[in-house]
Design a protein around this ligand. Structure first.
Ligand code: HMG
Length: 390
């Protein structure tokens, strides 16, 4: 049975800061951020957006009534969960008016969560070919003002429908994966900011890629020539390139050029959004699909997923006939076009304006947030949400 990605949607908040401005404010040469790190704009989430609303907004416009009826499993990959017990999937299930006869859960393994969700969804569809699974990857990357990780923050979500006979991409059977208990990046339950050993995390990312790629080649006999493009988890857009470069010598100059040029296209959306953790790999995939207009049906795409702590996986897919007809290019263009730049001072104020953690109630004004689905407050320890389209 062919199982894979049937639809793919994306959402990022309406505010961003320009990395050149951030560099000036931090007394750093702008090229360090724009070339060395490879980021141009960084998405800034207002207080009215959290991982639940980002995910729900990403899914809102890709679901039709039939999808809502057929989805019987919601799997939400996130490391920005809002509750230790109740899953973010249950909130999204309600906000999107999905069929009540569904399972809804949250999964966690740093940026790897959405990939775990996809693999779980594949198994579910294999057993239940008529059903559809809604996979969500949504996060807010927060390291803190004036920290080493600050230039690699971001916010956003990707929503995918996984089904039999998918319209966008079939997921092939073989995938290779690896787990090692390391402390390259983590966020203790008492902290709203991540802790990171930056250099070590870069090294581990590359080493995980090399290991799963080596295993994939050994187990399938395939090599770089078999791929039209390889998409990477992108904590910042230079990261995947560093990993890709370590294996390029395995192939001809033509293939090197193809993979490098397609890599560049696959980073364009990430360059103007930043790290969205669980969704980052899929945002890169979306960037390739939506911006490379001559990408052929039938192309094989490689995907490298990495979640600190750490789990890595290499898996592959084949683009389906007329897959372009099933993308939401216009909608995503509009989302980017309608964003508003904020100054570094405004970004710092927004960063510091967080929901209360002392149990007090709060009511939020959602009129300044153009998103359809927003956090509207906290009442008696319960987060309140609004779907303005209802
Ligand atoms: P840093 O120490 O600020 O930067 O940290 P740097 O000194 O390493 O410089 C970065 C690059 O800019 C270097 O290039 C410099 O040469 C270059 P490289 O040698 O790396 O190719 N540079 C310049 N280039 C042009 N013109 C200039 C200039 N100046 C310097 N004038 C670091 C960078 C990424 C470590 C930091 O931002 C950080 O800690 N970020 C967070 C951690 C991270 O993103 N790690 C990535 C791998 S782990 C991962 O992907 C998982 C993750 O997504 C979490 C999860 O799984 O949930 C993070």
């Amino acid at each position: 049975m062919n199982i894979g990605i049937d639809k793919i949607g994306f959402y990022t908040p309406h505010l961003y800061v320009d990395m050149n401005q951030l560099a000036v404010a931090r007394n750093v040469e702008p090229e360090k951020f724009t070339i060395g790190i490879g980021q141009e704009k960084m998405a800034i989430p207002p207080i009215t957006q959290d991982s639940v609303t980002l995910a729900a907004n990403a899914a809102l416009d890709i679901l039709d009534d039939r999808d809502k009826e057929q989805i019987d499993f919601v799997i939400f990959g996130t490391e920005s969960g809002i509750d230790h017990s109740k899953s973010a999937g249950v909130y999204v299930h309600e906000l999107l008016d999905l069929n009540p006869n569904a399972r809804s859960i949250e999964v966690k393994q740093a940026c790897y969560g959405a990939t775990a969700a996809i693999q779980m969804a594949k198994g579910h569809i294999a057993l239940n070919p008529e059903s559809k699974v809604l996979v969500l990857g949504a996060d807010i990357a927060r390291y803190g003002l004036n920290t080493g990780g600050e230039s690699t923050q971001g916010a956003g979500a990707v929503a995918m429908i996984i089904s039999a006979d998918p319209k966008v991409m079939i997921l092939e059977e073989k995938s290779t994966y690896l787990t090692k208990d390391i402390m390259d990046f983590w966020r203790p339950v008492y902290s709203d900011r991540a802790f990171v050993d930056g250099k070590f995390s870069n090294e581990q990312y590359i080493s995980f890629f090399q290991e799963v790629w080596k295993q994939y080649k050994e187990q399938t006999g395939r090599n770089l020539e078999d791929f039209e493009a390889i998409c990477f988890h992108l904590p910042y857009t230079k990261m995947g390139l560093k990993a890709l470069r370590t294996v390029l010598a395995e192939t001809t100059e033509d293939v090197q050029e193809r993979l490098t040029s397609n890599y560049k296209i696959s980073t364009k959306y990430n360059r103007i959004v930043g790290n969205i953790y669980t969704g980052s790999l899929y945002l890169s995939f979306l960037s390739l699909l939506e911006l490379k207009e001559d990408l052929q049906d039938g192309s094989r795409i490689g995907l490298f997923s990495y979640g600190s702590g750490a789990v890595g996986e290499f898996f592959t897919g084949i683009l389906q006939n007329n897959y372009r007809d099933h993308l939401y290019v216009q909608q995503h263009n509009q989302l980017f076009e309608e964003r508003k730049e904020v100054s570094v001072d405004e970004y710092e104020a927004i960063f510091g304006n967080t929901l209360p953690t002392d149990g007090s109630n709060i009511e939020l004004d959602v009129t300044n947030d153009p998103a359809a689905i927003c956090v509207s407050g906290i009442t008696e320890h319960m987060r309140q949400y609004v779907n303005k389209r209802r």
